[in-house]
Design a protein around this ligand. Structure first.
Ligand code: CA
Length: 254
């Protein structure tokens, strides 16, 4: 590792390039295809974000263990360690266990997307992707983690058999830790903070994805389904997150 005047660092190892002034959001971009990696970094740079590049999964994991990032863009198909394995390892054992992860996938099958999201990714973009869409999702993920109402110090929330600790971004169901993606966590947080209040799909979409993304209200249904699998005793007959037909969703009154 070499250091430039002004604090920027350069890692001379092949595939790892750093140029990281302080204060800017720093994004780890994990992609073995160099032209895609460089394209993503170019556009992150244009939006005043700093970029750290990794060309394979091992390097990505090493970087994620050694320092904090504000966001990780992670390719699914990587030589050596694949994106799913890297994603799980980051969630489990790195300093970035709560970092937003945006997965890049070349696969179109819904099952692959679900696997990606179940492994702990927060969102995905299917290749070939438009730069505009990618950047909109990056901004949405960064905005979400910067939300002041989720700042440290908020008291843990207890609702029936569920406890939710925003400061530690931790959820326990029946006393056992449950791993949620950022989106699942946010959905649960919104609903449990307002038991009995009905939220329309559009309202939830805005709260969770922000305004300038390309997701539809159906994504809310998919997200609810995934969350129910993780927190409901019987996801087919939910008792915590209830569907309000024709409107949206609510947490059952305590
Ligand atoms: Ca790849």
């Amino acid at each position: 590792m070499g250091y430039l005047p002004g604090g920027a660092a350069i890692d001379y190892a092949e595939g790892a390039v750093e140029n990281v002034p302080a204060e800017r959001p720093t994004v780890l971009v994990v992609e073995d295809e160099r032209h895609i990696r460089e394209l993503v970094c170019l556009h992150l740079g244009l939006e005043h974000m700093a970029c750290v590049e990794a060309g394979d999964g091992h390097m990505a994991l090493e970087l994620a263990r050694s320092r904090r990032f504000d966001l990780i863009v992670l390719d699914l198909m990587l030589p050596g360690l694949d994106g799913i394995t890297v994603c799980r390892a980051i969630r489990r054992e790195s300093r970035n266990s709560d970092v937003p992860i945006l997965m890049l996938t070349a696969k179109l099958e819904e099952s692959d997307k679900v696997v990606g999201l179940d492994s702990g990714a927060d969102d995905y973009v299917t290749k070939p992707f438009g730069v505009r869409e990618l950047m909109a999702r990056v901004r949405a993920l960064l905005r979400r983690t910067a939300r002041p109402e989720e700042a440290a110090g908020e008291r843990p929330l207890t609702y029936r058999h569920i406890s939710l600790d925003s400061a530690r971004r931790r959820v326990m169901v029946d006393g056992a830790d449950v791993e949620l993606t950022s989106q699942e966590f946010q959905l649960l947080h919104v609903l449990l903070s307002h038991p009995g209040i009905v939220f329309s799909r559009e309202a939830l979409l805005g709260k969770i994805w922000g305004t300038d993304t390309f997701v539809t209200v159906r994504s809310v249904d998919t997200l609810v389904k995934r969350l129910r699998k993780k927190i409901e005793a019987n996801p087919a007959e939910p008792s915590v997150i209830l569907t309000v037909w024709g409107t949206g969703y609510k947490a059952a009154d305590v």
